[in-house]
Each structure stands twice: as C-alpha cells, then as structure tokens.
Design a protein around this ligand. Structure first.
Ligand code: AMP
Length: 336
C-alpha cells in the first residue's frame, strides 16, 4: 500500500535549552504533527554559524537540542543533525545560483539581525553567511520535497523564497522537479517573558526571562510567582495577565482557565490564585519531559548513536535528491 501521508519539514537552531516559548510555540506542534504526516525535523547547526558563536558551545548545544527534542516527544527516526548530511550545503550552493542578489537583499531578517549586531557594537562583523542563509534554508526544505513547513508569521518571507527558488529551478530546467512547499499555520501561541511581558519569551533576554522546561520544579514555581501581572498601564486585560491565562490554557488547565477568567470578568480575580494554577499547570506539563530527559542523559551515548543512525537514514533521500539535481543542472555525479 502506498504511503499517502504528506511530508512535513521543520528545523530549529541549537540555541541551548528549549524554553517554554519554543515548546508551546513550535515543538509541541511538531510532536503532534507526527501522527498525520511524514515528519522530518532538523537541528540546523550550520545556521548557527551565521551569528557570533563559540565552536565548543555549538557542538554541545547541537547535541543538547537533539536530545531535548527526543525528551519532548520527537521520534528519533524523524530527527537529523544538519551537519551530518553534507548534501544540504551542496544543494545550497546550487540553489544560490537560482536566486538573485536583489531577491536576497529584500530579506528583512538579514536587516533585523544586522541591526541587532550593530546595536551592541557599531563595527560588528556581519558575515556573508547571514546574508546567504535563507538559501541554505531553502535547501533544507527542498532536499526532502517537503509539502508543508510549519512556520510562524516571521518565517513567511523565507518560505516564499524557497517556493520562488523551486519555481525558478523547475522553469529554468523545464522540469516539474521540486515540490512547492506550503506553509502550515497552526495555532500560534506566542509566549511572553514572565519578567517583562512587553517582550517575547527568549533566551537572549537573559535567565529570568525564560522558563527552562527541563529546569527544576521549585524554579518554575518561583518564576511564575514573581511574574509581572498588571503594571496599571493598559486598559482591559494586561499583557502579563493575558500571558498567564494563555499559559494556563496551553498547559491544559481548561476548567481553571474558565473559572479564573470568570473571576477576572467579575473583578474578583486574585493574581495569587491565577499564578498558583499556572505554576501547577506548568509543573505537570514539564515533569514527564524532565524525567524523560534525565533518562536520556543517563544513556546519552545510546541516544546520540540513535540520532547518528537516523541522520544516516534520512541522508539517503537527501543523497537521492542531490544526485537527481546534479543530473538536471549539468554537474557531475561521482559515477559519471
Ligand atoms: P528561536 O530559537 O527563537 O529561533 O525559536 C525557535 C522556534 O520557537 C521558532 O519556531 C519560534 O517561532 C518559536 N518560539 C521562540 N520563542 C517563542 C515564544 N516566546 N513564543 C512562541 N514561540 C516561540
């Protein structure tokens, strides 16, 4: 029987610990998609070279991210590490020639990241890799003929570039070879920093701004307890309080959400009740993942080997695509 499932592809940079924003905004969704799609998920370490980094940290963070993804529920056979599949970078070079300099120059993320670098140091080094990385992203997607890419609104422009490259390739070589990947917009839970709800939860803001889902229970409770609620500036529900309600919903505490929202609407909400419910919800949500992560860490070598094996299996389809692409564009394959 033929496999009718569509292909889903998504990747994440190895930034260190997975925080609650990453989990609720992206990874939980990846886990759920595995039910209905052929999913391929990558830890894209080459992408992390585009911004300043330390070699030792990169290697450590790559493994950490891969193992944490397993702890979150990603199946090992669906997971690869980008640098273990060199065909991505080879395809990137080929695709770069199907994408104009002007088109790349329109990418807003390059401008955003450049100004982020220049903010801390006006003479900061901005690499060519940072400019070129949307092409590597296109290679990551097209090499597996992905039908769908789960993305947030900030990635729409990059996916459009991948589609344009696929279209140009098919047109230039007069062959319907590449699939045009479609965005898969799922429920978008944007989690805000507990310490500053004016900002998105992010590691780059510093430790108190993100909840480490593998952190200990006491720390999670403490972070929720000291969450900023209402600064008195906004009318209606404040971003901090809305964020706590969103977290309650995301952690599956539907009944608590309904009853506390009722209290809020009747001006009877005690923030301490809301925080207690959120803390409880998050602890229950994170506990099984932390336990699984502890188990994985205990057998680290075995799990690393499983990821190496799955990368090697996934590499087979990357190799096939690259062989066919080289054939189409007139570049030699080893057996030619
Ligand atoms: P990053 O490491 O910031 O590139 O994020 C990796 C993934 O997690 C992306 O899909 C982001 O959209 C998602 N993500 C990161 N931070 C948050 C957040 N605070 N709320 C929701 N999703 C997030």
């Amino acid at each position: 029987m033929s496999d009718q499932k569509k292909n889903v592809l998504s990747c994440i940079q190895p930034t260190g610990d997975i925080h609650l924003g990453n989990y609720l905004g992206a990874i939980k969704n990846w886990v759920d998609l595995q039910e209905d799609y052929n999913c391929t998920y990558g830890v894209v370490d080459y992408h992390s070279m585009t911004m300043p980094y330390k070699a030792k940290n990169l290697r450590e963070n790559t493994w950490k991210m891969a193992l944490q993804l397993l702890a979150c529920g990603i199946q090992p056979e669906n997971l690869f590490i980008q640098s273990l599949i060199p065909e991505h970078s080879e395809l990137c070079w080929i695709l770069g020639n199907l994408c104009s300099f002007g088109r790349l120059n329109l990418m807003t993320q390059f401008k955003d990241k450049t100004s982020q670098l220049k903010e801390s140091d006006k003479d900061a080094f901005v690499s060519g890799g940072l400019f070129y990385y949307p092409v590597l992203q296109a290679a990551d997607i097209l090499i597996y003929h992905a039908d769908f890419v789960p993305i947030g609104k900030d990635q729409v422009q990059h996916l459009e570039l991948s589609r344009d490259i696929a279209q140009r390739f098919n047109h230039q070589f007069d062959k319907e070879y590449f699939t045009h990947p479609e965005p898969l917009f799922t429920k978008n839970t944007k989690i805000l920093s507990l310490a500053n709800p004016a900002k998105k939860m992010s590691k780059s803001l510093g430790e108190k701004h993100y909840v480490n889902i593998f952190g200990d229970e006491a720390r999670i409770r403490k972070q929720v307890k000291s969450a900023v609620t209402d600064t008195g500036e906004s009318e209606g529900i404040s971003p901090g309080v809305q964020n706590l309600f969103d977290l309650l919903l995301a952690s599956g505490k539907i009944d608590d959400h309904t009853s506390l929202m009722n209290d809020f609407n009747n001006d009877a909400l005690r923030y301490s009740d809301l925080k207690n419910a959120v803390a409880e919800g998050l602890v229950v949500l994170c506990k099984p993942m932390k336990e699984r992560y502890d188990e994985i860490n205990f057998n680290k070598k075995e799990f690393k080997n499983r990821i190496k094996d799955s990368s090697s299996d996934i590499r087979k389809s990357a190799k096939k695509t690259l062989r066919e692409v080289k054939e189409i564009v007139g570049i030699l394959n080893p057996k030619d």
